[in-house]
Design a protein around this ligand. Structure first.
Ligand code: SF4
Length: 434
């Protein structure tokens, strides 16, 4: 939920000693920290299995070894010289970042792999870049102090960094990627907290980014602990894709810290059932055991999750790992994402294909975030065929028609008007006089 470009006072991530370095496979890391034979440069995806388990499960190792160039990517995924050339042009505008863990989920020989489509750049990002807007939700306009977006009366968004472990090709904030590598300074965070302290209507604070779990656990605790001291802040929410793209980050230390400051709700972003791995399931389990409520907000993406079958498998899989499917977002009108967008009717059809065929718990709310900061609106299939004062005629998920009768008592407003000039009657008398 970044609202503006990195201000001059934001700190580049590389300056923060406790954060993982923002560059991949640094010379220092290769020489001093990697075990022998773990130089990513010599790997293909199959050889990930040779990385010692302890190293593979170290989230800082994963973060340091992100794939950030097309030449690196070409060691893992077959790319022709022409493709490499074109994708290099794409990454000049929209950079690339994939964790080794997420890369290992890709089937490199499948050109239509749904995991690959989310992580690997496409030439269509620049070929169709005249479509859409840089900032379709006008987030910059609603920034009240740097990094704080206050659009709705009782809740707001704190943007702590613009860094994500993986750069999702469908990201609404891909306009920010060029400013990559900063976290908000202590002074900026204090200014955000001061605004929240003064604004008593705010009862729900969403900590977002970029991905806020990019920050060290200590630094994150510094923010959450101060938020918790504000009496009118009832709920703290964290928006993060770490459980999906780098689940090793959700470690015991992080969960123990979060468990001290409940109620905390964590919204994550699974888009495909193949992302529900043992590692992701374990990460969500650790969160739930720490008292964190985990919801999922997926984005409807062409060729990734735009069928009923895929959504059913995704949402039923999420319930099995105790994650509630919360929102299914229509992909925003963002420049560089046109090739991944679907018509709105696809989302409505998907919900229609799910409703009745699986538990309501497994059905997310399909929403469109209206351009220009209009906010989210839910979209549903139309089940109502006609409606009068007396009855509702509707169809069910099988297409069968049913009539539902309204109560015979007049609506409350009508009752009140009737009663204005008449002597008061008890509801018992009223019921028997009808
Ligand atoms: S995790 Fe979210 S903010 Fe980060 S790149 Fe992906 S969609 Fe964008």
């Amino acid at each position: 939920m970044t609202t503006k470009s990195a201000p001059a006072t934001s700190e580049p991530l590389k300056d923060l000693e406790e954060e993982p370095p923002s560059c991949p496979v640094s010379k220092h890391a290769q020489e001093d920290e990697e075990p022998p034979g773990s130089n990513l440069a010599s790997f293909d995806i199959a050889s990930f299995a040779r990385i010692p388990r302890g190293t593979w499960n170290d989230w800082k190792w994963q973060f340091r070894n992100r794939i950030t160039s097309i030449d690196q990517l070409a060691r893992f995924i077959p790319l022709s010289d022409k493709e490499k050339l074109r994708l290099k042009l794409v990454t000049e505008r929209y950079p690339l970042s994939i964790t080794p863990y997420y890369l290992s989920l890709i089937n490199p020989s499948d050109p239509h792999d749904p995991i690959k489509k989310q992580a690997v750049p496409s030439f269509r990002e620049i070929a169709l870049s005249s479509m859409g807007f840089e900032d379709p939700l006008e987030e910059r306009k609603h920034s009240v102090v740097p990094g704080l977006v206050h659009r709705y009366p009782d809740r707001l968004v704190m943007v702590l960094t613009d860094i994500c472990p993986m750069l999702c090709r469908h990201c609404t904030r891909k306009r920010e990627w060029h400013d990559g590598g900063w976290v908000r300074s202590d002074e900026e965070i204090e200014a955000m907290l001061n605004y929240i302290r003064k604004t008593k209507a705010v009862r729900d604070v969403i900590i977002s980014g970029g991905d806020p779990l990019t920050l060290s656990t200590d630094r994150l605790e510094g923010v959450i602990a101060r938020l918790r001291q504000i009496e009118h802040v009832e709920i703290i929410r964290i928006g993060t894709r770490f459980p999906v793209v780098l689940p090793q980050r959700i470690d015991g230390e992080l969960c123990a810290m979060l468990s001290k400051y409940g109620p905390i709700w964590l919204n994550t972003h699974f888009n495909h059932y193949r992302e529900i791995t043992l590692e992701a399931a374990a990460a969500c389990d650790r969160l739930v055991r720490a008292g964190i409520v985990v919801n999922n907000q997926s984005v409807l993406l062409r060729g990734v999750n735009d069928t009923v079958k895929t959504q059913l498998k995704l949402c039923q899989g999420l319930l099995k790992i105790k994650v509630r499917p919360y929102y299914l977002f229509q992909c925003d009108e963002v420049q560089g994402t046109e090739h991944l967008r679907t018509p709105v009717r696809v989302g409505i059809k998907i919900i229609e294909g799910m409703r009745g065929h699986t538990s309501g718990l497994a059905i997310p709310t399909f929403v469109v975030d209206l351009p220009g900061g209009g906010g989210k609106i839910p979209l549903q299939p139309n089940y109502v065929l006609s409606q009068t004062e007396d009855e509702l005629v509707a169809r069910n998920y099988e297409g069968k028609i049913f009539t539902f009768h309204n109560p015979v008592l007049p609506a409350p407003a009508k009752l009140n008007r009737q009663n204005e000039s008449a002597p008061r009657q008890t509801s018992y008398q009223l019921a028997f006089s009808l």
